[in-house]
Design a protein around this ligand. Structure first.
Ligand SMILES: O=P(O)(O)OC[C@@H](O)[C@@H](O)c1c[nH]c2ccccc12
Length: 268
């Protein structure tokens, strides 16, 4: 079983839901990502979603766009991100790492070469935002051949036929996007999310994670009641952006512990 599968199985046995924080690799500095990843784990992360910086991140709102800009200004590219994961793996062999990225840098490296390098670095899952449905099965096969879980996004507008198509090739977990909009949006409708998750579960036995618009312990708790995992990005990235120098890891620890309390309150 993959490290992601093991994590969900272990959590289920403890009647707990997964907390998945997102950060952009290389933000705020090249050398700060690995320490931040460890800080996330120490304060309650079950899985880390690590963003590969990209110049045209069309699914992202302003907060994560600015994080990408900072990381690109720090000259952080796909190879640097893989090196960060390898560095993280030197002292953590249990926490799964999911790379989130746009197809362009991966295509540039070549899917096969990328999958090989990502697997060697200790990556567990790959979420490529903008792979068209027609190509997703082929790409998923390449990832799986290297032991990487292909993670796909389903959104409020995904037709049922596409849910079936994704269910047939996805691995690790399904990422359900809670709202129509970009990362960092507000106004998550939990009733609607509950209905859509039921539809996803009817087609797929993988765990379901929910992200977009989860900003605090209360929303994290509400979503943890419905889903198997709660993904939080913009709120954490915003904290990184506004933290005074040297305070970044502490601020993130504090926020994550609060989100963890929210997630755990759902299973009490
Ligand atoms: O930022 P939010 O609203 O908390 O949503 C999570 C999200 O940031 C993270 O999973 C993510 C960052 N960039 C993405 C692009 C597509 C899908 C998901 C993502």
């Amino acid at each position: 079983m993959s490290r992601i599968g093991q994590t969900f199985t272990a959590l289920k046995a403890q009647n707990k839901k997964a907390l998945i924080p997102f950060i952009t690799a290389g933000d705020p500095g090249k050398g700060l990502t690995v320490p931040l990843m460890h800080a996330l784990v120490e304060s309650g992360a079950d899985i880390i979603e690590l963003g590969v910086p990209f110049s045209d991140p069309m699914a992202d709102g302003p907060v994560i766009q600015r994080a990408s800009e900072r990381a690109l200004a720090n000259k952080v590219g796909l190879k640097d991100v893989l090196a960060m994961v390898a560095e993280f793996r030197k002292s953590n062999t249990t926490t799964p790492v999911v790379l989130m990225g746009y197809a362009n840098p991966v295509e540039h490296m070549g899917y096969e070469a990328f999958a090989q390098a990502a697997s060697a670095a200790g990556v567990d899952g790959v979420l490529t935002v903008d792979i068209p449905p027609e190509e997703s099965a082929g790409v998923a096969d390449v990832f799986k051949a290297h032991g990487l879980d292909p993670i796909f996004l389903l959104s409020p507008t995904t037709p049922e036929s596409r849910i079936e198509q994704v269910a047939a090739v996805a691995g690790g977990f399904i990422y359900y996007v809670s709202l129509k909009g970009v990362t960092g949006s507000a106004n998550l409708d939990t009733d609607e999310v509950a209905r859509r998750i039921a539809m996803v579960r009817a087609h797929c036995s993988l765990p379901v994670g929910v992200g977009f618009g989860i900003r605090d312990a209360a929303t994290a708790e509400a979503v943890a009641r419905l889903a198997d995992a709660v993904v939080v990005g913009s709120r954490i990235v915003g904290e990184i952006e506004s933290a005074p120098e040297g305070e970044c890891a502490n601020r993130v620890r504090h926020l994550l512990a609060d989100l963890r309390r929210g997630v755990d309150a759902a299973s009490k």
